[in-house]
Design a protein around this ligand. Structure first.
Ligand code: NDP
Length: 285
């Protein structure tokens, strides 16, 4: 069997065009375009690279992008003051703060202050709680939301399927498990203390990896015909590989997200969709 590639890169281009049209419609209705503010504390190169990608995607779709940088030795009150200003700014519909923050600034500083209505990467406990409850108006973290969007656009129905989520972080594994549950999958969450991980993985109709360990999911851990979604981003030598051995997965699975070009490009897309949605809600619908 050779699996079909779930082409997140191509899909992200298609959805970006749809977003650009929706941005124009928003502008016609409200006289301005939706905008995001990105807060970066310090000069982490990986974070700076990611911020440039966000800027490019937002500007290409005709949305506003504003970068607010603070020095690595910024104090708590500097960050809190900036977030309060952005919360109050009408042109700022979405706010994200690049993580990780320098050690002396706890993440709770951000989640205590950030307006949940502008929390387009779904890190605020109110959004996490609403996601858990399946409320209609939460913002899900962009990365797992992107994985779900891929499944939706490829018409992969989760209802009644066995889904296995390997990884339980607050930004990827846990929210992805909940999103799959909302689509009526029967979900198992695995982690570093799971006993006999290969056996759990082999039960999966939908196998999702967010582990952070290069090619940890091998071909023999995949049920024939399964759908494999790989969130992993691991630098190995000069290349980036996923948490799944993609080549092996292609021999066994029915659908596979490649790395790069699978879930990665969808993260920005979901940030854009969430920002557009935030702008609509803030404008009253
Ligand atoms: P974390 O390190 O926060 O979480 C990793 C999870 O994997 C933990 O729950 C951990 O278990 C589990 N785990 C680690 N080792 C094993 C093991 N041997 N067996 C089973 N489970 C294990 O990572 P993130 O969730 O933040 O990220 C996961 C991956 O996704 C990374 O490669 C990251 O780079 C990538 N990523 C990709 C994004 C994208 O845009 N596509 C965005 C964000 C992340 P435990 O909880 O027990 O420690």
């Amino acid at each position: 069997m050779t699996a079909e590639i779930l082409d997140g890169r191509a899909l992200s281009r298609t959805i970006a065009e749809e977003i650009a049209q929706q941005v124009q419609a928003f502008q016609s209705a409200h006289g301005r375009v939706p905008g995001i503010a990105v807060v970066q504390v310090g000069e982490d190169p990986a974070s700076a690279w990611y911020v440039r990608q966000i800027e490019r995607s937002f500007k290409r779709a005709g949305m506003e992008f504003a970068l607010h940088t603070l020095p690595a030795d910024a104090q708590a009150e500097d960050l809190v003051g900036l977030l309060k200003k952005l919360n109050a700014d009408e042109r700022t519909n979405g706010i994200i703060v690049q993580m990780p923050l320098p050690e002396h600034l706890p993440q709770t500083l951000v989640t205590d202050i950030l307006d949940p209505r502008k929390d387009v990467d779904g890190i605020h406990p109110i959004n996490a709680g609403k996601l858990m409850q399946g409320a209609p108006d939460y913002f899900a973290p962009a990365t797992p939301a992107g994985g779900m969007e891929i499944l939706k656009r490829y018409h992969i129905d989760l209802k009644g399927k066995r889904a296995v989520m390997v990884g339980r972080s607050n930004i990827v594994g846990r929210p992805m498990a909940l999103l799959m549950l909302h689509q009526h999958a029967t979900v198992t969450i695995c982690h570093s203390r799971t006993v006999d991980l290969p056996a759990r993985c082999r039960e999966a109709d939908i196998l999702v990896a967010a582990i952070g360990k290069a090619k940890m999911i091998t071909g023999d851990m995949i049920k024939p015909g399964a759908v494999v979604v790989d969130f992993g981003v691991n630098v190995v030598g000069d290349s980036i590989v996923g948490d799944v051995d993609t080549e092996a997965a292609m021999e066994v699975a029915s659908y596979v997200t490649p790395v790069p070009g699978g879930t990665g490009p969808m993260t920005n897309i979901m940030l854009m969709l969430n920002t557009l949605e935030a702008a609509r809600r803030q404008a009253g619908g």
